[in-house]
Design a protein around this ligand. Structure first.
Ligand code: ZN
Length: 253
């Protein structure tokens, strides 16, 4: 039967692995979320530009239709002018043709403006579309990477979670809670060794000799008086077989 400190040390080993896996997945999830947000923003900008281009296209068709109509009317008036001999009517038709010619000139001018603006906007749209496509490819890649890592780590996560539950169940409730709090607050370093110099491996403050004796006795969980971490002693300096740490707690990975 392992001592409480050995059990805590083993638990910390499992928790350290779990924490590394969760951090890795968390980082990938964060990166994926960031790219997703960027893609969303690029989609709206691109969509707005598409609408601008579509609106210009609509205006272009509208002007072209009106130009065509004016052309038809002028053709029609010229044919009528050939049949009409009445000077007054001819004069009126000539004025209509003249007005129509002016209108056509204006329409052609605005058509040119629309075509110019359209070229610029089409260029802008192309840049946005390319940018969006690149971001979408990046999103697919990041999400695929995340899915692959999730799948690859699923078995490890499951194994470690089960190991964690087993290890935690062996501990007294109060000790486990205190350990959990320390692991959380002390950056994943709740159980530390007393260094051979006699100071705490966590905060480097001197550990009183009577506490070291207590740790060697291995009966109670001993806390560092200054950082409150749980103290243990390296296997080589511990007395007796009772403090020999299990190989699973020693071997990383
Ligand atoms: Zn300390």
């Amino acid at each position: 039967m392992a001592s409480p400190i050995q059990q805590l040390y083993a638990l910390q080993h499992v928790d350290t692995e779990l924490r590394a896996l969760r951090l890795e997945l968390g980082a990938l999830e964060g990166a994926a979320a960031e790219v997703k947000t960027a893609v969303g923003a690029k989609r709206s900008v691109t969509q707005a530009k598409r609408q601008e281009v579509a609106e210009l296209e609509r205006q272009r068709r509208d002007v072209e239709t009106r130009l065509g109509e004016e052309e038809e009317k002028t053709k029609d008036r010229r044919m009528r002018m050939q049949r009409i001999r009445n000077e007054k009517e001819l004069g009126a038709l000539r004025r209509e043709v003249e007005i129509s010619r002016e209108l056509s000139a204006q329409l052609e001018e605005s058509l040119l403006r629309i075509l110019d603006g359209g070229d610029g906007k089409l260029g802008e749209l192309k840049v946005l579309e390319d940018d969006l496509a690149a971001a979408e490819r990046q999103l697919v890649a990041v999400e695929q990477q995340l899915a692959e890592r999730r799948q690859a780590l699923a078995a490890d996560l499951e194994r470690l979670t089960a190991e964690r539950a087993r290890a935690a169940a062996q501990l007294e409730e109060g000790v486990r809670q205190r350990y959990d709090l320390l692991f959380e607050r002390k950056g994943g370093l709740a159980v530390v060794e007393v260094r051979k110099e006699g100071d705490c491996g966590g905060c480097r403050m001197r550990v009183p000799p009577q506490l070291i004796t207590q740790i060697h006795r291995n009966a109670d969980v001993v806390f560092c008086p200054s950082c409150q971490r749980i103290l243990c002693v390296p296997a080589s300096t511990s007395s007796g077989g009772a403090t020999r740490r299990s190989s699973s707690a020693d071997t990383p990975g």
